[in-house]
Ligand binder design. Structure first.
Ligand code: SAM
Length: 541
């Protein structure tokens, strides 16, 4: 397969592996849940490269649907390439706004996207899919990157979203009326899109002239241009007229099948019984939904003006020009969720912007009684005042909203986390900069359980650092390299652990106990520092 080459590629190809795991610190005052939890709806403040990596221990292989809307790299967006890749060329790029004058802007964009796409793939479920909004500035390069990361066989479709409702006559050449949404499955043979509800218009085409006992029906042509060796016969209508397919056309069924259908009342000969026969299709027999199509019209999924109005109605910006510019309509994201999620799916958007994805998740949950969860990451300062504030308001309800369910509030809740400091295994391995007991405790507790760490629960004399839904967690550790060398989960230590029925998760540099003993005492041992990134699911297996 040909692959896309760009400046800096050699430095970023494996960069997602080198990015350190960062702490995720709950900011309870900004969330809506009493107790912050990584298993809640989530808003994560910070760069999405570190953010996605920090989510891996909890969400690896769990996300059913990813929607991202990255910068389109139009040259007017004032984004900067800021990944801390250790190469002089990359360092030279850092922090500089990517504008039209920048001759390397496409290379920078590819460097930014490649490691993020790789991490996103890690987070997807085997039967999950990713949807990426983009326009002509980068669609061809994105397609190559996606082929490389997700595999060209997993390409599903490029959909066209008609984003404006009237052409822009000020356009120099063509009025650009659409964006693209690229769709890739994690694994094409495991991904099954949901059928969409039939539109009212389509249903209206079904009628019942003559009162057919099978109910409403519509009819379709019984001939086609596809060559069919048994499709060239002649039929006679009830009125006695003879019909054959026109030149180059063939009946789609054999003559035996035709007569069988006719006897069964499934052939329509026109109102007077003297027209070319057509096949009747009963509304009660057609699939309850329609397959998703690649053309998404603004009349079905909204346009950019709808999106801005919608955001304005939730957050009172002074003037409409001040509205966050790249906001997407919730109905657009709802369409994606209808195609690609079940009622309990996890949905991830790591370029969250104003939080449309989360809004769509809550709106659809309210509509269909679902329990989908959202995970958002956003790095800009407005993550609290825009992204999270939009959620707070739609959850509680917007009194002035026209939409009744938004007026009443979509319900739900979310936890807000901030990226903390990186945790480096090397510090634990070589003893440099050893984290304090409490800091490491918080880190291992979060990454292993996905639940909020409460430092006041620590009982260091018994190595207890907290209780999760499934485990009591213990950390045998001192921030002192000499002491650490001699620390282990020994028989004496194990006997000090509570003898109750709860499972125990014990982090320590080493252990001197055999498997049977650990099993009897319901202990899952986790070696420091290597296993601090294990997830609870792996342990539970
Ligand atoms: C096009 S906007 C998304 C708009 C969103 N779909 C909506 O409807 O509001 C892209 C967002 O990605 C954010 N972003 C860009 N680079 C990022 C990064 N490295 N980490 C996290 N967020 C990032 C930008 O700050 C911006 O808010």
């Amino acid at each position: 397969m040909p692959s896309l080459q760009f400046k800096g590629k050699v430095f970023v190809e494996n960069y997602h592996l080198a990015v350190p795991f960062h702490e995720l610190k709950p900011v309870r005052s900004k969330g809506m849940s009493k107790k912050a939890s990584l298993h809640d709806n989530l808003i994560v403040e910070g760069d999405n490269l570190a953010g996605l990596k920090a989510l891996l221990p909890t969400y690896h292989g769990k996300v059913k649907c990813i929607y991202i809307d990255p910068p389109y790299n139009t040259g007017n967006e004032s984004w900067a390439y800021n990944d801390n890749v250790n190469s002089p060329m990359m360092q030279d790029w850092l922090g500089k706004v990517v504008d039209r004058e920048d001759l390397t802007r496409h290379d920078k964009w590819c460097c930014m996207m490649l490691p993020r796409l790789k991490l996103l793939r890690e987070l997807l479920r085997d039967d999950g899919a990713i949807f990426v909004s983009i326009d002509d500035n980068e669609v061809h390069r994105l397609r190559c990157l996606m082929d490389e990361v997700f595999g060209e066989d997993n390409f599903v479709a490029t959909t066209i979203w008609q984003k404006i409702f009237s052409p822009k006559n000020t356009a120099k050449y063509f009025s650009e009326d659409h964006d693209f949404i690229l769709v890739y499955a994690r694994s094409i043979e495991k991904w099954i899109p949901n059928l969409l509800e039939r539109r009212e218009q389509a249903i209206k085409r079904y009628k019942n002239p003559g009162g057919d006992s099978r109910g409403k029906w519509s009819s379709s042509d019984l001939t086609a241009r596809n060559y069919y060796s048994q499709g060239t016969y002649e039929v006679v209508s009830p009125s006695g007229r003879k019909f054959k397919p026109s030149l180059g056309n063939y009946f789609r069924v054999s003559i035996e099948k035709f007569h069988e259908l006719d006897r069964d009342g499934r052939i329509w000969w026109g109102p007077n019984g003297d027209s070319m026969p057509r096949l009747k299709r009963y509304l009660s027999e057609v699939k309850s939904g329609v397959v998703p199509q690649t053309m998404w019209l603004h009349s079905d999924v909204g346009h950019t003006q709808d999106a801005k109005k919608e955001l304005l109605s939730v957050l009172n910006f002074g003037r409409s020009e001040d509205v966050f510019n790249t906001v997407k309509p919730t109905s657009l994201i709802k369409r994606i969720l209808q195609i690609a999620t079940d009622k309990d799916s996890i949905v991830l958007d790591s370029f969250a912007g104003s939080g449309t994805t989360a809004h769509a998740v809550l709106a659809l949950n309210k509509e269909d009684g679902g329990n989908r969860r959202f995970v958002l990451i956003e790095c800009e300062d407005y993550v609290d005042s825009l992204t999270a504030e939009r959620m707070r308001r739609v959850v509680k309800g917007i009194p002035s909203a026209k939409d009744e369910s938004l007026k009443a509030g979509l319900g739900g809740t979310f936890s807000y986390f901030k990226l903390g400091l990186p945790m480096r295994q090397e510090s634990l391995l070589d003893g440099s900069n050893l984290p304090s007991y409490e800091k490491l405790a918080g880190y291992v507790f979060f990454t292993a359980t996905g639940e909020e760490f409460e430092p006041e629960k620590i009982r260091k004399e018994t190595w207890f650092i907290g209780r999760s839904r499934l485990y009591d967690v213990f950390l045998i550790y001192e921030a002192d390299v000499e002491k650490l060398k001699n620390m282990a989960l020994t028989l004496d230590v194990a006997r000090t652990l509570p003898r109750d029925q709860r499972n125990k998760l014990v982090f320590a540099p080493t252990k001197y106990l055999d498997r049977e003993f650990l099993h009897r005492y319901r202990i899952a041992f986790q070696q420091l520092p290597f296993q601090i990134y294990e997830t609870i699911d792996k342990l539970a297996r």
